[in-house]
Write a protein that binds this ligand. Structure first.
Ligand code: FNR
Length: 187
C-alpha cells in the first residue's frame, strides 16, 4: 500500500518528523511510506489555485497517486500548525484529491495530552466537503511526553508505544482491506 505521510512541523529536530520516519523504517514492506515535504508550499491563494507552482502541483500529484494518507501533527496553541492547514487547503481545491482517500492520524507533543486538541481539529477539517477523507475509526494515537520516548538517534525506545503502533498499523491495514472499493469516490 502506497502511503504519503504529511507532517505538520518545519522544525529540524521535530519529534513528529521522527515519528513519521520511525513509521517509514519500521513498517517498510507492509506500508510503503513517502514523507512529503510541505514547508516549501506557498500560502494557499484562491487567485492562483488554477495555475499553482510546480511545488504545489508535485505535492498534490503525490497525494493523488497514494492509496492513503498518514497525518502526523504537532499541537500549536490547541490546534494544528498553520503549515499543515495550508497544505490541506491546497489539497481541498480543484481536483479535490483527498475526497474518498482514507487517512489515519498520529501526533506527538512533550505535554501529557499528546496533541488531543490538535487532532480534534484535524478530524473536523478532514471531514469538510473539500477533503472528505474516510478516517480510521478509534485507534487514536496521542504520544505525550515524546521527548522521553525517542532517543538521540531518533529511535522510539518506549516499548508500550512500539507495541501500540504495531496494533494501530495492523488495524489500519485490516480496515483498509475491508473497505477497498467501498471508499466513496469523489464526485
Ligand atoms: C507548542 N507546543 C504545544 N504543546 C501542546 O501540547 N499544546 C499546545 O497547544 C502547544 N502549543 C505550542 C505552540 C507553539 C507555537 C509551539 C512552538 C509549541 C509544544 C509542542 O508540542 C512541541 O514544541 C512539539 O515538540 C512540537 O512538535 P515537533 O516540532 O517536535 O514535531
Amino acid at each position: 500500500m502506497k502511503i504519503v505521510a504529511i507532517v505538520g512541523s518545519n522544525r529540524k529536530n521535530s519529534f513528529n518528523m521522527k515519528l513519521a520516519q520511525y513509521m517509514q523504517r519500521t513498517y517498510e514492506g507492509k506500508l510503503d511510506i513517502e514523507i512529503l515535504p510541505i514547508t516549501d508550499l506557498p500560502f494557499y491563494n484562491q487567485e492562483i489555485e488554477l495555475m499553482p507552482s510546480e511545488t504545489v502541483q508535485k505535492f498534490i500529484g503525490k497525494v493523488a497517486q497514494a492509496d492513503a494518507v498518514l497525518w502526523v501533527t504537532p499541537e500549536y496553541n490547541y490546534s494544528i500548525p498553520g503549515i499543515l492547514k495550508n497544505a490541506i487547503d491546497w489539497l481541498s481545491r480543484v481536483d479535490k484529491v483527498m475526497v474518498g482517500k482514507p487517512s489515519f492520524i498520529m501526533g506527538a507533543s512533550m505535554g501529557a495530552l499528546g496533541t488531543v486538541r490538535a487532532q480534534e481539529h484535524l478530524r473536523g477539517i478532514l471531514f469538510s466537503p473539500g477533503i472528505s477523507s474516510p478516517l480510521l475509526p478509534r485507534n487514536e494515537v496521542y504520544i505525550g511526553a515524546v521527548h522521553e520516548k525517542f532517543d538521540d538517534a531518533g529511535q522510539l525506545v518506549h516499548e508500550p508505544t512500539v507495541a501500540f503502533l504495531n496494533i494501530i498499523v495492523t488495524n489500519f491495514i485490516s480496515w483498509y482491506d475491508q473497505h477497498t472499493g467501498a471508499f466513496v469516490a469523489k464526485s
